[in-house]
Design a protein around this ligand. Structure first.
Ligand code: ADP
Length: 495
């Protein structure tokens, strides 16, 4: 150790330098008294004492160590003793020593950071301990407040079952709140990596939902999806994550952050509801089929009847039965829409031929409107023919439902680059911009006086959009209130 002996120092100069030094106090190595030999102005100021009340007194007379924890190795007495015994410097980064206001005598919480340096005399023994202190109460309190506020946030999140996560896009550094591991079925405090958690996501959902949402979020800045995950015990659960992307000033995505919540219970409720709808509509189908058969039989038997009322009544009854059949059918489909349940039976077919068939069928039931379609050539696609037919039929029946009698409904198909676009245009009531965003949602119906008499459940467009999205296509609407609407979808073309 360097010789820091004070023996040769000019006393007066030493005193002056010392008194101007920041927060320093010199105690003699005369344990247990530890007489204060010198003190700096700054030390006096931060500890609110006067030099004449300090110099020459024992350290613990001025700063009593009452109430010290006997197991605490950082008490001043233990630290001074150790510095003298070992001749080594000891730092105490944070300790609490409350201060009394000299006037009000009210004690207040104070935190300090100190350094204790041995000063040797010429015999090499420790003669003094230089105790340098810094008041860090502000920093400690700010940190405590930050921790408290974070704890409050975590407690609130915990109570609602929410977990937070942050992903650094460049470094793939992934951090999250403690609740995260529980949501993924691990014991609390288990360390898990991003790839570990990703491997728990159902492979189909990873491919179809997570990756699509991630790529979309890099453009839109918004992130939201629901997926199935597997817990380590192999049980399947559902989670919903919602978040946002933070971009840097060059508009490059930098970080993603969001929340995750377990939605298994509400999904199971939804499944039970869907199972009920499936069962109820299945049960309704059987009597409806026989009712339809009887009406058709009656139509044949009474075709020669001279009573026109009988014939028109039977035709109307058949129309109503067909409508009800279509509704029951869409309820059945609705219950199958959950991931993994809607099975697509894909094959290659000509979409123009399908469009022609649908127009022919629709003409039978929609004598009130003029239906137009002109096919040009073959457009082959690889898709589920029945489901795509269902979407086109739904567009046409809506076009008829929401436009005046005698107006024209035009179906069109066109191949553009590697896509086919199918559209249905009507001259009907149109849709307000604020409703256009919502009509593809489940059970959404426009609430308008003109609509009250039009029957429907708001499931046709929801089903259509699910079918088109499962085919990796896009569905959209352009509309002007009072003028009409064009509903369309695009599908990738067979290469
Ligand atoms: P539904 O017709 O059974 O109510 P849909 O899901 O097919 O259910 O349609 C949802 C809503 O979108 C309808 O209630 C209607 O308000 C609106 N809509 C659909 N097609 C048209 C259209 N061609 N013109 C005007 N509004 C339409």
């Amino acid at each position: 150790m360097a010789d820091t002996s004070t023996d040769n120092l000019n006393e007066g100069l030493f005193q002056l330098l010392f008194e101007k030094s920041p927060g320093s106090l010199l105690v003699k190595a005369d344990a247990p008294r530890f007489t204060i030999a010198a003190v700096s102005d700054a030390y006096l100021q931060i500890t609110s004492v006067q030099r004449e009340d300090v110099v020459g007194k024992g350290f613990f007379e001025v700063f009593p160590d009452t109430g010290d924890d006997p197991n605490d190795e950082n008490t001043a007495r233990k630290v001074f003793t150790k510095v003298i015994e070992t001749g080594l410097k000891i730092d105490v980064p944070v300790y609490r020593f409350d201060m009394k206001d000299p006037v009000t005598k009210i004690s207040s919480e104070h935190y300090w950071s100190c350094s204790n340096i041995p000063i040797n005399c010429s015999e090499g023994k420790v003669a003094y301990v230089l105790n340098t202190v810094v008041d860090i109460t502000g920093e400690v309190k700010a940190k405590q407040a930050a921790i408290e506020s974070e704890n409050r946030l975590l407690m609130a999140a915990d109570a609602t079952g929410l977990a937070f996560w942050v992903l650094d896009i460049k470094t793939a550094d992934f951090s999250f709140s403690p609740q995260m591991v529980t949501i993924f079925g691990h014991p609390p405090n288990t360390g898990v990596s991003l790839s570990f958690i990703r491997n728990q996501v159902h492979p189909d959902d990873m491919q179809n939902i997570v990756l699509t949402a991630y790529n979309r979020a890099l453009v839109t800045g918004q992130y939201e999806y629901e997926v199935r995950i597997f817990w380590p015990d192999e049980s399947m659960r559902w989670i919903r994550t919602k978040g946002m992307v933070l971009f840097n000033d060059k508009n490059q995505p930098e970080r993603m952050l969001g929340t995750i919540v377990d939605i298994t219970e509400s999904k199971r409720d939804e499944e039970r509801k869907n199972d009920f709808i499936a069962m109820a509509s299945h049960e309704l189908k059987t009597p409806l089929t026989s009712l339809k058969a009887y009406i058709q039989l009656l139509e044949v038997k009474l075709s020669a009847s001279s009573d026109p009322f009988v014939i028109t009544s039977l035709t109307k009854a058949l129309n109503q039965v067909n409508k009800m059949g279509a509704l029951v059918h869409s309820f059945l489909d609705l219950s199958k829409i959950e991931p993994g349940k809607l099975q697509l039976k894909k094959n290659v077919f000509d979409i123009n031929k399908l469009a022609q068939d649908i127009i022919a069928e629709s003409r039978v039931i929609a004598g009130t409107h003029s239906l137009k379609f002109s096919a040009n050539g073959d457009i082959k696609i690889h898709a589920d023919r029945e489901k795509i037919g269902q979407v086109i039929s739904n567009f046409i029946s809506n076009a008829i439902k929401y436009s005046p009698k005698g107006s024209t409904v035009t179906l069109a198909t066109e191949a553009i680059e590697n896509h086919v676009r199918v559209s249905v245009a009507d001259q009907g009531i149109g849709i307000k911009p604020r409703d256009q965003e919502k009509i593809f949602q489940r059970f959404y119906r426009v609430e308008d006086d003109d609509m009250k008499h039009v029957a429907g459940f708001g499931i046709g467009l929801y089903l259509s959009s699910e079918i088109i999205h499962r085919h990796k296509g896009q569905i959209s609407v352009e509309s002007e209130e009072g003028k009409g609407s064009i509903f369309s979808f695009t599908l990738p073309l067979e290469k």
